[in-house]
Design a protein around this ligand. Structure first.
Ligand code: F6P
Length: 469
């Protein structure tokens, strides 16, 4: 049994549904953070504090902490925190996404943003929700003397400072799953917000980032905004999150994935280009479709032989910017199909749904994987998909995804804003000699297996230990 750990993230490891007959069932929590962190509970003695999302979870939150069982059979405690709907809207729908997310992914539009004053949403939404989650975390820490607190991501930058002032001796670690940006980028927000964000992280004993690039931006921003670059240097480290390789091997061999693979195999084109993302503006699907169109225009010999399969999980649809981007994504795919499609061949196949087995089936089958985010903390698909791919698939990867620092050597790097370069990279990937494809994929797989999720978690806990013993 590992040391007691209290994990806090906005989205919990499981979601809940109630059937018409009233039966309650739990479903795997969606998204990269949860996929990556779920195995933490198998280390034993874990309490997870998360926001209650939706009516069923609100109702369950009122019943107090729950005993849950992980997929591997380990019990863990789940404490759901209920927020007033307006507080949650301001917290999630106005401040965390899009303001913080957009600033930290280079998506802020200076000529238009901030579209509204953020002071009230910050105080009544973000700070209030952070306080509620921090209070729940403090209550759980009090039940487990000596437990470490492990807080995750951009929703919760204020949790560490609340916990630190209430329990000065607490051992607090934080992991930032998204990019960090420099002081000029933070300057687009009211300065009190920028300072509170950085002070929040400096209340931790240990702060992890996916890459050295994001870590040094954090140090520079702490220096410029607070004059505390040295403190930031002392608490921070880079440790890219990883894949639970055993879980992925098992999933790839599962019945659900096998069934999806059969469906896919029966209709697969000669060359399959794949993208798997959330419909998030940072993922850059629109430019990806434009690049694919340009590829077909420049290489007519590929017409009829290649298909871009885009499996996109609709995301954050309560936020207008996300609805607009999803509409633009559908339009961009339709435009390629209108221009190039013909009876019997639809160049872009766009599927808008959350279907994890279908994604893994497609991972095994792609020839080229296109990952072109404008900016991305890491991008777990860049690790998961090559790990189980069986066709010596080539990775075309944005140089502004955190994963590029680890995998760039074996990928074809692209500038996410340069559509021409992406079209050229797709052509090059398709034409790459078989042996080179094999060597590149094998190198990525070896890297992903060598630094797997267990190694990532060991390092995280060791960083906290080293700074608090
Ligand atoms: O790190 C960003 C992140 O938390 C991912 O881990 C995850 O895929 C996504 O955002 C989930 O976002 P949301 O909880 O808004 O659906």
């Amino acid at each position: 049994m590992g040391e007691p750990l209290v994990v806090v993230s906005n989205r919990g490891p499981v979601g809940f549904r109630r059937a018409e007959d009233g039966t309650l069932s739990s479903v795997r929590g969606a998204g990269g953070l949860v996929t990556a962190l779920r195995p933490l509970v198998d280390r034993g003695d874990v309490t997870w504090v998360a926001s209650a999302m939706g009516d069923v979870e609100q109702e369950l939150a009122g019943e107090g902490p729950r005993e849950e069982i992980s997929a591997a059979g380990t019990p863990f405690r789940l404490r759901l925190v209920s927020h007033d709907p307006e507080t949650y809207r301001l917290f999630y729908g106005v401040v965390a996404n899009p303001a913080l997310w957009f600033v930290q992914h280079g998506l802020w539009e200076l000529k238009r943003d901030p579209a509204a004053d953020l002071t009230v949403p910050w105080r009544d939404g973000y700070a209030a929700a952070n306080r509620a989650l921090a209070d729940a975390a403090i209550a759980e820490l009090d039940l487990r003397p000596g437990a470490a607190l492990y807080v995750h991501d951009y929703h919760l930058y204020l949790v560490p400072s609340h916990v630190r002032s209430a329990r000065p001796e607490a051992r607090i670690a934080f992991f930032v799953h998204i990019p960090w940006v420099g002081p000029d980028d933070w300057a687009v927000l009211p300065s009190a917000i920028g300072r509170a964000v950085h002070e929040g992280l400096l209340a931790c004993d240990s702060v992890g980032f996916h890459t050295e690039r994001w870590r040094s931006a954090f140090v520079a921003a702490c220096d410029a905004l607070l004059g505390r670059g040295e403190d930031a240097e002392r608490v921070s480290h880079a440790n890219p999150i990883a894949v639970d390789t055993n879980e992925f091997d098992e999933l790839a061999a599962s019945e659900a994935v096998r069934a999806r693979r059969q469906e896919l195999a029966s209709e697969r084109p000669e060359i399959l280009v794949l993208r798997v993302d959330r419909t998030d503006p940072s993922k850059n699907a629109v430019r990806g479709f434009e690049a694919f169109g340009r590829l077909l225009e420049r290489h007519p010999e590929l017409q009829g032989r290649v298909v871009l399969l885009a499996l996109l999980d609709p995301s954050r649809q309560e936020i207008p910017e996300y609805v607009d981007y999803r509409t633009a994504t559908v339009a961009a795919a339709a435009s390629v199909n209108r221009t190039f499609g013909r009876p019997g061949w639809e160049p872009v196949r766009l599927e808008l749904r959350d279907d994890f087995p279908a994604s893994i089936a497609a991972y095994t089958e792609y020839d080229v994987l296109l990952i072109n985010p404008v900016m991305d903390g890491l991008n777990l698909v860049a690790k998961e998909a090559p790990l189980v791919n069986e066709r010596d698939g080539v990775l075309v990867l944005s140089r502004r995804a955190g994963a590029f620092a680890e995998l760039g050597e074996w990928a074809l790097g692209v500038d996410p804003l340069d559509v021409d370069e992406q079209a050229d990279a797709l052509a090059r990937a398709i034409a790459l000699p078989a042996e080179e494809r094999r060597v590149r994929l094998a190198a990525i797989q070896a890297r992903v297996r060598a630094h797997d999720l267990a190694a990532w978690a060991d390092r995280e806990l060791a960083e906290l230990d080293a700074r608090t013993r």
